[in-house]
Design a protein around this ligand. Structure first.
Ligand code: HEC
Ligand code: HEC
Ligand code: HEC
Length: 394
């Protein structure tokens, strides 16, 4: 059916050609007439386009179209915009694929954590009505329980990462972090199965001990992801307990300004005032976790690179700056001992892709990774540091 016009044109040309063989003169006159007609048709179309453009500009200049959100769209406009959205998302997401399988419970927890910060106030959580203020937008943010049926993984990623122009659907707060937007897709895939209690459990985790002693900002803001205990909820989030105050403070500043890239931490850090920063830093730096949180099996390769480096590739020993065996060289350098392996791996991959960002000390770490680490070296190093007891004595 698509090829019908071409086939008809071909047939016409064939007939014309055959006619031309028998009656050349007549066919030549015919063709000239056809050409003239085509020319006038083209002029007509151009005139129409110019007039339509001018009328459009005049209508806009006079301010005739109403742009009020309160009246919604006409049914036909809504249908057309929705159709155009579906087609555009389908086309532009064609070559996208998740960097890792999305049925990973760690990714689901990360996505759930950010849904609470960045999406719930528009799209509502399971068991809640749609929030009244965003509901007055045109188009208004829909419940997302049904998106699993409407979009595939790549399409969801495309929407979450890029946002939707002219709808109020925002892009991901950090354009360097595709991996975070994929974690959100992992959560959106789980969303249809969740009731109110299931959502609470994912976002806030089990009821936490030691809440009384912690400052309110820790309990209210950080705990649902990092835990009041700073252990990072079984490894979905980085270990903060026992991290050094200088590094925590500088990292929070870097997140808030976007100098360190994370669409998840940026809005959280940007909302803290100076007093709150001091409270959370004092709390987490003051904790002394007893055992390694990572629990990973460490092989000999990780220990060798961490303690001796790879001299012939001019990779220095990580221990020079990060320990173990001595406290980190500078108070603004992070501790890695006891940190969760998946987090360490992800950070090293980000450094390698030039997407980590960081504090003013970032160039120090970047210089180390000019001589790139191989993926298996990254895994070995992450497993080694995760297996060490966290936090040397103060
Ligand atoms: C300021 C309000 C707002 C925020 C915040 C917001 N969205 Fe949206 N979202 C919208 C609007 C408006 C639409 C467009 C609905 C339409 O086109 O009909 C939308 C559409 C979507 C869609 C496509 C749904 C569809 O049927 O077209 C997805 C998926 C989505 N948002 C996910 C998210 C996620 C995940 C977050 C958090 C990271 C988020 N949104 C944050 C307002 C918001
Ligand atoms: C919605 C979940 C969430 C909340 C809430 C949250 N964080 Fe985070 N945090 C993360 C994630 C995810 C990362 C890892 C970021 C990355 O991949 O770069 C992180 C990283 C960090 C880091 C960097 C750790 C390192 O080793 O470099 C610090 C410091 C931090 N968070 C502090 C806090 C504090 C303090 C609060 C409370 C004010 C808080 N976070 C609230 C999810 C959260
Ligand atoms: C010369 C000092 C130095 C050496 C050597 C060094 N690093 Fe770093 N590293 C840093 C600094 C400084 C940072 C903090 C960057 C920032 O966020 O500003 C860092 C950050 C990191 C982080 C991120 C930690 C977190 O909590 O987010 C990881 C992972 C890391 N380094 C791994 C390594 C590994 C593995 C090696 C050895 C191959 C190594 N580093 C060698 C200075 C160093």
């Amino acid at each position: 059916v698509k090829r019908l016009p071409e086939a008809l044109l071909g047939l016409l040309l064939l007939v014309l050609g055959a006619l031309g063989q028998r009656h050349r003169a007549r066919a030549a006159r015919w063709r000239a007439r056809l050409r003239l007609r085509l020319k006038w048709m083209l002029v007509g179309v151009l005139l129409f386009a110019v007039t339509a453009g001018a009328v459009g500009a005049l209508v806009a200049a006079l301010g005739l179209p109403s742009i009020k959100a309160s009246s919604g769209h006409w049914a036909v406009t809504a249908w057309f915009l929705d159709f155009a959205k579906q087609r555009s998302v389908a086309l532009h997401s064609m070559n996208l694929a998740p960097p890792q399988p999305l049925d990973d419970s760690r990714l689901v927890l990360i996505g759930a954590g950010h849904y609470e910060t960045g999406c719930r106030f528009c799209h509502a959580a399971p068991g809640q009505p749609l929030p009244p203020v965003p509901h007055q937008m045109t188009p208004h943010p829909p419940r997302l329980d049904t998106v699993a049926r409407e979009f595939d993984d790549a399409e969801l990623f495309y929407i979450v990462f890029n946002g939707l122009k002219l709808t109020g659907m925002p892009a991901w707060p950090s354009p360097q972090r595709e991996d975070e937007a994929w974690a959100m897709v992992a959560f959106l895939r789980k969303l249809p199965e969740l009731d109110a209690a299931g959502y609470q459990q994912l976002v806030f985790g089990p009821a936490l001990a030691r809440e009384d002693a912690a400052p309110e900002v820790v309990v209210r803001t950080c705990a649902r992801c990092h835990g009041v205990d700073g252990l990072g909820r079984g490894g979905a989030f980085p270990l903060l307990a026992g991290q050094r105050p200088e590094y925590l403070r500088r990292s929070l500043e870097a997140f808030a300004t976007g100098q360190r890239h994370s669409g998840i931490m940026r809005p959280v850090a940007a909302a803290l005032d100076a007093a709150a920063v001091e409270q959370v830093v004092a709390w987490y730096a003051g904790l002394r976790p007893e055992r390694a949180a990572g629990g990973a099996e460490a092989g000999p390769d990780g220990a060798r690179i961490a303690l001796q480096g790879i001299p012939h590739r001019r990779i220095p020993a990580c221990a020079e700056c990060h320990g173990p065996g001595r406290p980190p060289r500078h108070p603004a350098y992070p501790r890695l001992s006891g940190q969760h392996a998946p987090y360490l791996e992800q950070q090293l991959r980000l450094f390698g892709a030039d997407r980590r960002g960081g504090t003013d000390f970032l160039p120090v770490m970047k210089a180390v990774l000019i001589h790139r680490l191989e993926p298996q070296e990254i895994s070995a190093l992450a497993a080694f540091y995760a297996s060490l007891p966290p936090g040397e004595p103060p």
